[in-house]
Design a protein around this ligand. Structure first.
Ligand SMILES: N[C@@H](CCC(=O)N[C@@H](CS)C(=O)NCC(=O)O)C(=O)O
Length: 224
């Protein structure tokens, strides 16, 4: 599985996560928020600089800094090799848009950027999520702040019948075929297609609903 040293609020990391999502790729996320001490030192040891995103690809043996290079690598090995990260003006626009997405979440302080005191998780958690999901994003922000490693199970939409809230969709299109492996897996596990869905192998807990997931994470891993 791919490994990404990541900061949820970082505009460059977001561009990489968007492509992971488009390509339906899972990754182990090691959150490296500002002030974090759990995974930042490892990233520094690996790459020699404090810079995120950092991708490790055990399939090719590559370790890559620079979001545009990471995106090129992902397309080359896991997608359409003719696609590339935008460069020049299109790249500037992509970064600006990604910065705007973080700014839009910054009322009352930037979320998913700085570490807060937390207890370590022995094993990575598992999160079904897709990048632009407004309910998944706050969960990823909190996982970042708490420096909890997690397997990101990407759950992109691949058909128009998958648009819209889960309840409407399951009522209107109950028989729409599922084409994404993670959608299939979650359907088998829970009978539903809904994100975020968290699995915590450390406690045996699994749950839907972003508000409940966040309360759970703060309760179990947040240091008062
Ligand atoms: N050109 C790099 C820029 C990456 C970058 O500036 N990342 C910031 C976070 S948004 C960073 O690594 N800051 C250093 C730190 O957090 O220690 C890319 O596209 O990946």
């Amino acid at each position: 599985m791919l490994v990404l040293y990541d900061i949820e609020a970082c505009p460059y990391c977001r561009l990489v996560r968007e492509v992971l999502c488009e390509l339906d790729l899972d990754a182990v996320i090691y959150p490296c928020p500002v002030g974090g001490m759990r995974f930042r030192p490892d990233a520094l040891d690996i790459s020699g600089v404090s810079q995120f995103p950092l991708l490790l690809d055990p399939n090719t043996g590559d370790q890559i800094l620079e979001s545009a290079d990471i995106i090129d690598h992902l397309y080359k090995h896991y997608g359409n090799a003719r696609r590339h990260s935008p460069r020049g003006l299109r790249r500037k626009l992509a970064v600006t848009g990604s910065m705007a997405a973080s700014a839009a979440r910054s009322v009352g302080g930037v979320r998913g950027l700085k570490a807060v005191p937390s207890y370590a998780a022995k094993q990575p958690l598992e999160l079904f999520s897709f990048e632009s999901s407004p309910y998944s994003r706050p969960v990823r922000e909190l996982l970042t702040e708490l420096e909890i490693p997690y397997i990101l199970r990407n759950f992109a939409k691949s058909r128009w019948q998958e648009m819209g809230p889960p309840l409407v969709r399951s009522r209107w299109f109950p028989d729409a075929p599922i084409t994404s492996p993670n959608r299939q897996r979650l359907r088998e596990l829970t009978g539903r297609s809904q994100v975020p869905y968290l699995i915590d192998p450390n406690t045996g807990v699994s749950m839907f609903e972003s508000v409940d997931i966040m309360a759970y994470l703060k309760d179990v891993y947040g240091r008062k």
